[in-house]
Design a protein around this ligand. Structure first.
Ligand code: B12
Ligand code: SF4
Length: 474
């Protein structure tokens, strides 16, 4: 007998950012968090559309800064059978509120996925209102869940998913394919794509894209899944870029965990971009290892205008402790080459790491960030997240009390504050040094002068000025 399949109405939601866990990120930086397109949800939506007849919509509650009443109204208007919500650990309170609002609006099933679930699937599936969670890449598991519900079945044993805390935790991430090329190209028009922007960019229409998954390195503060590193072919990446260029998108940010695991991959991609005559401006997240003049020159030729480097520390001891697997010399070489070749740089630094034992040590980190001479710098207070080696080390060494984190996972509360590495400094001291770091870096005549010469348009000026004022007052 044929089972009747009724296509599901599926709404994928990026929750409002109203209750983000305070983790000592300056307001100036978090204020800019809302400008990225919801790439994960777009990838899932495109996949569902390409493989099924389910009706799919995306609701980016952060783009319009929606409150929960309005969110509920918008969900009710779409009448979804299933809502899928993306979860960062720091947004767990908002995720739960979104589940609640969606259910109140009539959604039958709520699925939660994203980086938080990948780390804590069992705790997440136990949260009220959550019907299923997806660990790892969500495209195929989300399709399987919706198909099961469409057939009127109770999903059971779908790879990559859990529907009850007693279900076995998926051991491996579920890929649609080992070949990233098999994922369909995302149609950027499914969101209001012209409204996303890059505050450090040049004011053009902006999007993100991803051309590889995973990272083989082991930095102790990072919880990037250690799954197999997979890359997209240069031809497939170019096809996706072309589809965006056709829409008038000019600025691209590759959000790969680390873009340059091998130089050859980067060179091949640049060659493909150049051969096809694609004209775009792009930025990437890089490691400083293996930087060569040849590589950077090729990248510049292919339109790369900015590289974001996770520097974190300016001493060999600090780098070793975080298992960065790079040296101070390699860092300095990378920044020097970028400056010579004319690629802008962003340096990410951490404050309050286990090897900064005195205020002088932190001031040395700040002084190093200035000496390195990047175009922009981002400082964060080190906050060991669950799922990282540093979190386990902190627990082992008696620096971190993990119980507050665990109870937050099971019962997220708005007043939760993530514990910083407070072996040598109080939270207040770290916050004060963080603010000092931003002021010292950005309040320099050299920085102001350089940025004035780089401003392209009045719109660009307004954006940078607003961000700059926030940095200095934040
Ligand atoms: C771009 C980015 C940002 C941007 C924009 C984030 C955004 N709102 O879109 C900015 C700079 C703002 C940012 C900020 C932060 N980020 Co961030 N960021 C990223 C980055 C580099 C790319 C995200 C992305 O677009 N990936 C591409 C998509 C396609 O992949 P994906 O997100 O993994 O999604 C797949 C699965 O997770 C799953 N999935 C995702 N959502 C859903 C939903 C459903 C229903 C289902 C079924 C499946 C599913 O399926 C997707 C498709 O395969 C990732 C690292 C990475 N490479 O993924 C870190 C990452 C997501 N960030 C991280 C962190 C920690 C932060 C900050 C807390 C850092 C800080 N201290 O400030 C802040 C928090 C911001 C906030 N307030 O929420 C962590 C998250 C860890 C966690 N457990 O939550 C990551 C994983 C980096 C890391 N390895 O530590 N980030
Ligand atoms: S910080 Fe970057 S290089 Fe280090 S493990 Fe994470 S993604 Fe890889």
């Amino acid at each position: 007998m044929q089972v009747e399949v009724v296509p599901m109405r599926v709404m994928l939601i990026r929750p409002p950012a109203k209750h983000t866990v305070e983790s000592e990120v300056p307001e100036a930086v978090s204020a800019e968090n809302l400008s990225y397109p919801p790439l994960a949800l777009m990838a899932i939506a495109e996949f569902l559309k390409s493989q099924s007849t389910h009706e799919v919509a995306i609701l980016d509650a952060q783009l319009d800064d929606l409150g929960y009443d309005e969110l509920e109204r918008r969900v009710a208007a779409f009448k979804p059978d299933v809502v899928g919500i993306t979860a960062f650990t720091v947004q767990l309170v908002d995720v739960l509120k979104t589940v609640k609002a969606a259910k109140a609006a009539g959604a039958k099933y709520a699925v939660v996925g994203g980086p938080h679930v990948s780390d804590f699937p069992r705790e997440c599936v136990g949260l009220p209102g959550v019907d299923a969670v997806v660990k790892g890449e969500g495209q195929k598991p989300m399709l399987d869940l919706c198909d099961a519900w469409a057939r009127g079945e109770t999903p059971k044993g779908i790879p990559g998913t859990m529907c009850h805390p007693d279900d076995p935790v998926p051991e491996q991430d579920v890929y649609f394919s080992n070949n990233l090329d098999d994922y369909p190209i995302i149609d950027r028009t499914m969101v209001d794509y012209k409204r996303y922007y890059d505050v450090m960019g040049e004011g053009g229409v902006f999007t993100t894209l991803i051309s590889s998954r995973g990272c083989p390195y082991r930095c102790t503060f990072c919880n990037t899944p250690r799954h197999r590193y997979r890359v997209m072919s240069p031809a497939r990446v170019c096809e996706e870029i072309k589809s965006c260029l056709d829409l008038g998108i000019e600025e691209f940010y590759f959000v790969d965990d680390t873009f340059n695991i091998t130089n050859q991959r980067v060179i091949d991609l640049c060659d493909a971009i150049i051969e096809r005559g694609l004209k775009l401006r792009w930025t990437v997240r890089f490691r400083v290892k293996g930087m060569t003049r040849e590589l950077l020159t090729k990248m510049k030729q292919a339109g790369c205008h900015r590289i974001q480097f996770g520097v974190e520390q300016g001493t060999e001891e600090g780098l070793l402790r975080l298992k960065k697997d790079v040296t101070v010399r390699e860092i300095e070489n990378a920044f020097k080459l970028c400056r010579e070749i004319g690629i802008h740089t962003v340096a990410y630094f951490m404050i309050g790491t286990p090897t900064e034992r005195s205020r002088d040590d932190v001031m040395d980190t700040i002084a190093y960030s200035i000496a390195l001479d990047p175009d922009f710098v981002m400082f964060n207070v080190l906050t060991p997240f669950p799922g990282t080696t540093l979190y386990d080390e902190g627990q082992r060494d008696g620096v971190l009390d993990v119980e507050p984190w665990m109870s937050f996972m099971r019962d997220p509360k708005e007043d939760f504050k993530a514990q910083v590495w407070d072996e040598y400094f109080t939270r207040a001291e770290l916050r004060e040094m963080l603010n000092h770091a931003y002021r010292r870096f950005y309040w320099r005549p050299k920085f102001v002068a350089r940025n004035l010469t780089q401003i392209r348009s009045p719109k660009d000026f307004m954006r940078k000025a607003t961000a700059g004022v926030r940095m200095l007052t934040g």
